[in-house]
Design a protein around this ligand. Structure first.
Ligand code: ADP
Length: 269
């Protein structure tokens, strides 16, 4: 269980990206985050992985508060991230990229030498699960956008996580590739009993794939429930048409991908 307890994130002391958010995410649940650009979805996902420490409040995984202490490495290992722009290494093969999911299991020096056979076998199994075993040796920059995101899912699985955090994983894909990626993501999370938190732009995909939808607006939770309960009035609260008069978390002209750090990898989008 993930407990988000009164969490606020304020950037540079003035941009209130999250405002006193309290949520409990149940084990094995597939949750979709909806909201305008700038609503706080990415900040919430990053806070769950402690890439963005909360300004106030607490986040607990299975009762343990996450923080900058010695448990952070283990927390990050248990919490796999999937990014909109995949964050794959373009010139490396699909298999090499998936193997990066194992790096959290080794100290720095260990990860510099070839991976053990067991890791390679696991990575191949993960590629097989996303339907890409035949592309294991293909360079990532030779894959389609949907295939790259499936490599991103395989890399996350290879990490053997308990939680998957996906930040707009289909934002750069066409509808057919998007549905395939979400179908695979939902399927593998369900098979492995993983807790998933996935931000999406498309309401229809949220209804189709989410077990639970959380709507954010201006850094606050304005809807929380199953897709069947999401009404037009709720959507109007999540996506208000009125322009904010003051600077708030919805003043976000640039996309999250423009701000997102590259993690030292050449984006392969
Ligand atoms: P979403 O993912 O819903 O688009 P974000 O969490 O990326 O929303 O952004 C929420 C708010 O926080 C926006 O106003 C955005 O401009 C701001 N923000 C996000 N990241 C930063 C940052 N690193 N520094 C300053 N402001 C940021």
């Amino acid at each position: 269980m993930i407990e988000i307890d009164n969490v606020s994130v304020t950037y540079a002391g003035e941009v209130h990206a999250l405002r006193e958010v309290s949520l409990t995410l149940r084990d094995g649940e597939f949750t979709v985050l909806l909201g305008h650009s700038g609503a706080g979805k990415s900040t919430l996902l990053r806070a769950l992985n402690y890439l963005q420490p909360p300004t106030a409040g607490q986040i607990r995984f299975a009762g343990t508060e996450i923080g900058a202490g010695p448990g952070l490495r283990l927390h990050r290992r248990r919490t796999a991230m999937i990014f909109q722009l995949h964050q794959l290494i373009a010139r490396q093969s699909a298999l090499q990229n998936v193997l990066l999911g194992r790096i959290g299991y080794y100290s720095t020096w260990r990860s510099l030498i070839p991976f053990p056979r067991a890791d390679v076998d696991l990575a191949l199994t993960c590629l097989d699960r996303v339907g890409l075993l035949d592309k294991a040796e293909s360079r990532c920059d030779a894959l389609s956008g949907g295939e790259r995101q499936r490599v991103g899912i395989a890399r996350a699985l290879c990490q053997k996580p308990e939680t998957v955090l996906a930040d707009e994983p289909v934002a750069s894909l066409d509808p057919v590739a998007s549905r395939r990626v979400l179908d695979i993501l939902r399927g593998v999370c369900s098979e492995d009993g993983l807790t998933a938190v996935v931000s999406l732009h498309q309401v229809e995909f949220a209804r189709e794939f989410g077990e639970r939808i959380i709507g954010l607006q201006g850094g606050r939770v304005v809807f929380d429930g199953p897709p069947a309960d999401l009404t037009d009035a709720d959507l109007a609260r999540i996506y208000p048409s009125t322009e904010p008069t003051k600077r708030t978390a919805v003043d976000a002209p640039e996309t999250t991908s423009q701000r997102r750090p590259s993690h030292g990898m050449e984006a392969c989008s």
